[in-house]
Design a protein around this ligand. Structure first.
Ligand SMILES: *Cc1c(COP(=O)(O)O)cnc(C)c1O
Length: 451
């Protein structure tokens, strides 16, 4: 369910015409509907109303501050996977005590930052990480709360790149090893306190069965851990509920909730969820302008001003995104590849797609681009990243300015200012003349630099 619908002025984002926003802000452009974000959150929260739970929106799906604020205003916590995401969440006004920290490669600096902010818990993904958190907590003279992310070895039946709960995946700790790690932490890691258990098996799941299969394994583990004296207060089920991009029929939050609530009855835990895609995916679109159309042999191409650097999903996962004219005119449909300006044959938004015969200058809307859209965007081919806009009813606001070419080179400089090796007299003199020679800092300087 979203609030992108057609009326006589073409595609609308809530009460604002998409064409009008594009005219004022330019393209390519991400547009989010706040009402859609709020509705998705409420649907999830309502579904779990009857049991103790905490929703921790997964920041990596869409990390714009205004998106994060929209969720925190509804009471959401956050699932983060880096110090940068923690910084964002705090800047957006998040309650740190509702933040969980996942990810296989947390550094000491990130761990320290999170401990100081007093997050709810670390979701630990390896024995070494467990010891690292203990070490940092000890240095800071405190006790850090943790859960172990168990890898239940369950097939989520989704794209290989977004499957995380199979034993060949890099994520989590096996059920067997988790038992030993909790026991070791209880006995020997005095600056850690177990508070829960965590399990995230993948993304874009379209059935509930894998979640329940993972849950069955985790439930047994909880019983075992409690017997051994470990306290398990939180059961974090991760994220992963899919959305409709094309013809998928993912479970409704209410269906998912029903099954999860039934399966966890009497377990005496607070359920934690880390939904990302299902919150933000269908709440955003990418608006792009047709630059050229061309034909070569039997093939037709629509060249647009958004590329794989703006929306990576089609190139990275072969994903489907519906693409619609912002102002449809009922013309004949043709089959075309909709491609970006990037110098890669993998740069496409759609292949062999049936679309109205569009013309240069026209706007297209790439649907379901609210999750893993902007957050995965890059500057490849030295392309400034797009603007982001939030629509609220009949109003809209730019929530991230379009990057400029000056942004592209921020932090760079062209002329090297290395020190000159002492043996190179000519160079040394020149270096001294320019006031660049630093005592004791002898850096290699290539000869060719002097020419
Ligand atoms: C990516 C991720 C999520 C969110 O996944 P969605 O499919 O977007 O719901 C949740 N938890 C963890 C640990 C993740 O890495």
């Amino acid at each position: 369910m979203d609030f992108f619908d057609y009326n006589k002025s073409g595609l609308m984002a809530e009460g604002v015409s998409v064409a009008r926003i594009a005219k004022e802000v330019g393209t390519p452009l991400y547009i989010y509907s706040q009402k859609t974000l709020q509705r998705h959150f409420s649907a999830f929260a309502t579904a779990f109303e009857s049991v103790p739970h905490l929703i921790c929106y997964s920041v990596k799906a869409n990390s714009n501050l205004a998106v994060l604020r929209t969720f925190s205003d509804q009471g959401s916590g956050f699932d983060i996977v880096s110090g940068g995401e923690l910084y964002r969440a705090i800047k957006a006004g998040a309650d740190a005590t509702k933040i969980v920290f996942s990810g296989v490669g947390k550094t000491d600096e990130e761990i320290e930052f999170a401990i100081k902010k007093k997050i709810l818990m670390f979701n630990v993904e390896s024995p070494q990480e467990l010891r690292a958190i203990n070490r940092v907590a000890k240095r800071l003279g405190t006790v850090a709360p943790f859960s172990i992310r168990v890898n239940p070895d369950v097939d989520p039946k989704t794209h290989a790149y977004i499957s995380t709960g199979l034993k060949e995946n890099k994520f989590g700790i096996s059920v067997k090893d988790a038992v030993a790690e909790y026991a070791y932490a209880l006995k020997s890691l005095k600056n850690l306190k177990a508070v829960g258990i965590d399990c995230h098996i993948g993304s874009q799941l379209t059935t509930v069965a894998p979640f329940i299969a993972a849950l069955e394994k985790v439930k047994k583990l909880i019983v075992k851990l409690r017997k051994a004296g470990t306290e398990i207060k939180y059961l974090d089920m991760g994220g992963g509920i899919g959305i409709t991009y094309d013809t998928e029929e993912p479970p409704l939050p209410s269906t998912y909730a029903e099954e999860v609530i039934k399966s966890t009855a009497g377990l005496d835990v607070t359920l934690v969820f880390e939904p990302g895609r299902v919150m933000a995916g269908n709440a955003g679109i990418l608006v792009t302008k047709v630059i050229y159309t061309k034909e070569s042999g039997k093939k037709r191409f629509v060249v647009v001003d958004a590329g794989m650097n703006d929306l990576t999903r089609p190139s990275l996962y072969g994903s489907f995104h519906a693409i619609k004219p912002v102002r449809p005119k009922g013309r004949a449909e043709v089959k075309a590849d909709i491609v970006g300006p990037i110098c890669e044959s993998g740069d496409f938004l759609a292949k062999d797609r049936k679309i109205e015969e569009v013309e240069p200058g026209e706007l297209l809307a790439v649907m379901s681009a609210g999750a893993y859209g902007y957050t995965m965007a890059s500057n490849y081919n030295s392309r400034p990243r797009p603007a982001e806009v939030m629509v609220v009813g009949k109003e809209f606001e730019v929530i991230r300015k379009r990057e400029t070419v000056a942004d592209l080179i921020r932090g760079e400089h062209a002329k090297l200012e290395l020190n000159t090796p002492a043996s190179n007299k000519k160079g040394a003199k020149r270096g001294a003349r320019k006031g660049l020679k630093k005592r004791g800092a002898k850096k290699y300087r290539p000869q060719s630099e002097d020419k």
